[in-house]
Design a protein around this ligand. Structure first.
Ligand code: S3P
Length: 167
């Protein structure tokens, strides 16, 4: 049997895409970033989808994309920070792969994504919005099979750690 997929979850700015790409490279597996797939499908950027079609339309594209991404094997699937909010997505992730939650301190997240125009949920007072989202979603990532803090850690170390824990 080939290796099960690895699903990376975690709040915005915890390094899911960066770690995912590096892990895929190390293992020689395919890398899928669900936000990038959603943008391709919609022919629009994430902020444009939110602005023109609304968040519910984005969430439904997101659910569909997660299910499709997990259909194969040996894939590293990096998801959006809010992908864990829907129970059907959590079920699809648990069934379709080994789920790794990335986390980082509030300060680290704000410094990584605080000035990012590509994150519609952070427009306005980004620091305050990050704080609120982290509070609201405090336990949303607890269902993961493993959890790793990415604050002040080199990407290679995080990748090694995850690779060593794969079943
Ligand atoms: C979101 C996180 C974003 C993206 C969208 C919504 C969220 O992904 O899916 O802007 O609800 O937290 P990243 O976690 O990759 O920034």
């Amino acid at each position: 049997m080939k290796g099960r997929n690895v699903v990376l979850i975690g709040p915005m700015g915890t390094g899911k895409s960066t770690v995912g790409k590096a892990l895929a490279e190390k293992l020689g597996w395919t890398f899928i970033d669900t936000d990038a797939v959603i943008e391709k499908k919609a022919g629009a950027t994430i902020p444009a989808i939110f602005a023109q079609q609304g968040e519910p339309a984005f969430r439904s594209l997101e659910s569909e994309t997660i299910v499709e991404a997990l259909q194969g094997e040996q894939r590293i699937v990096s998801t959006g920070g809010g992908a864990v909010l829907a129970e059907q997505n959590r079920d699809a992730m648990k069934a379709g792969g080994f789920v790794v939650a990335l986390r980082a301190t509030e300060e680290t997240i704000i410094s990584r994504v605080g000035n990012d125009d590509n994150r519609p949920l952070l427009q306005g007072n980004a620091a305050e919005r990050v704080r609120r989202l982290l509070e609201e979603r405090k336990h949303a990532y607890d269902f993961a099979d493993a959890m790793v803090d990415t604050t002040d850690k080199p990407v290679e170390d995080i990748v090694e750690w995850i690779a060593s824990r794969l079943p």
